[in-house]
Design a protein around this ligand. Structure first.
Ligand SMILES: *Cc1c(COP(=O)(O)O)cnc(C)c1O
Length: 230
């Protein structure tokens, strides 16, 4: 059996070491447990071990988990592809969305986020390695999108997200993270908002590189929950 508590301790030790090596404070990065395709029992185990933020890619699967785990008051992050006809449910169910790359989607999320609730936290996904197959705004169009999304009333623009190309070498991944860090700084200058504080990058295989380049939120699945059922 997979020992989720032990896995989390090991991931946290890696995070602490990487933060220390980069002279960063212990509380300068947050851990998002990516629980897609994992059972509710696994999420409960991670919650017992102290985690409260969970990332999901598939709306239907996530909705069941969110409803079953309502009493735990967890923070739910949508990190998958957004179909525009699902924007209403995503705006309803989640606290964060990391994968916004079009104004049209952002507008729908804002429209469908109830005014009685806190604005939905948003990260804009950047296609940092210019991959045809991958979602994300092109870096040269990011500034326009930041300006537009920032104006939407029921969204709170929190930062940027990226998934580097799988075919990158470690050195190339580090360069991609470094370019993300530069875009993040440009976004901060553009908005001058205390809310724009999140650089969502780094997964199981590259979290050390992401921390070295300034990630503030890591999205870790496999190294917490084990490999996903296919
Ligand atoms: C699945 C997924 C992750 C987690 O990846 P691991 O390699 O399992 O840590 C992180 N981010 C996104 C967007 C994902 O889809």
């Amino acid at each position: 059996m997979i020992d989720i508590e032990k896995n989390i301790a090991a991931v946290q030790a890696r995070i602490c070491r990487a933060l220390a090596e980069n002279s960063r404070s212990d509380d300068s990065v947050e851990l998002l447990a990516v629980s897609k395709k994992q059972p509710i029992s696994a999420i409960l185990a991670a919650n017992t071990a102290g985690l409260r933020d969970f990332g999901e890619n598939y709306l239907q699967e996530a909705a069941v988990k969110i409803s079953e785990l309502q009493e735990k008051s967890l923070n739910w992050h949508f990190i998958g592809m957004i179909q525009s006809n699902k924007a209403r449910s995503i705006a309803d169910e989640f606290d964060w969305v990391h994968s916004v790359d079009q104004l049209k989607i952002a507008q729908r999320l804002s429209t469908h986020r109830s005014a009685s609730r806190k604005p939905l936290n948003i990260c804009l996904q950047v296609n940092i390695d210019d991959e045809d197959s991958k979602a994300g705004v092109r870096p040269d169009q990011l500034s326009d999108l930041i300006g537009q999304v920032d104006k939407l009333p029921q969204l709170c623009l929190r930062g940027l997200m990226a998934i580097p190309s799988r075919s990158n070498s470690a050195e190339q991944t580090r360069q991609s993270f470094s370019r993300m860090s530069q875009l993040f700084e440009l976004g901060k200058d553009q908005l001058n908002s205390p809310h724009f504080d999140t650089l969502s990058m780094g997964m199981s295989n590259d979290l050390e590189l992401a921390i070295a380049e300034g990630a503030t939120l890591l999205r870790i699945g496999t190294d917490i929950f084990g490999s996903r059922p296919t």
